[in-house]
Write a protein that binds this ligand. Sequence first.
Ligand code: S3P
Length: 170
Amino acid sequence: MNKKNIVLIGFMGCGKSVIGSELAKNFSFSFIDTDYIIEKKLNLSIQDIFDKFGEPYFRKIETNVYANVSKFKNCVISTGGGVIKNSENIINLKKNGTIVYLKATPEKIYNNLKFDENRPLLKTQNKFNTICYLLNEREHLYNKYADLIFDINDESPFTLAKNIKNTLLK
Ligand code: S3P
């Protein structure tokens, strides 16, 4: 591995946080969850940030957080699903990190998030259709920015973390 951080990207509900914390353990790296940093910074949940200030404000804060965490070393960074919406985020994260895309089908994502109430963008009349719509809009960007891609549909987070580690160490 010639780069310092491992950066996980992917759609909401693909398992970035669970796989990321397992991967951090495997590498003895620190685990960083950028949504968590944003929540602590503003002392509000992601849902409340969207409700009170709107998505553009959230995206601005998010971009600042990515710029900051990009300077860290030896971290596994779990990003928000919208990280790919602003190329500046990826440019920063790539400077010091390998970008790993955790790829999931809309069905798998829906299954993981069907009872979730913490994703403001999915609070729509039809969650499955919204997932399909957003995934269709974003998928080419996840693919384009990824250094490595892992299909998460049929593997446990434990196995995935092991596979990712083995690939990165090759
Ligand atoms: C978002 C994903 C969320 C969070 C916010 C917006 C997105 O993070 O950053 O709700 O635009 O896809 P997760 O991917 O961790 O759910």
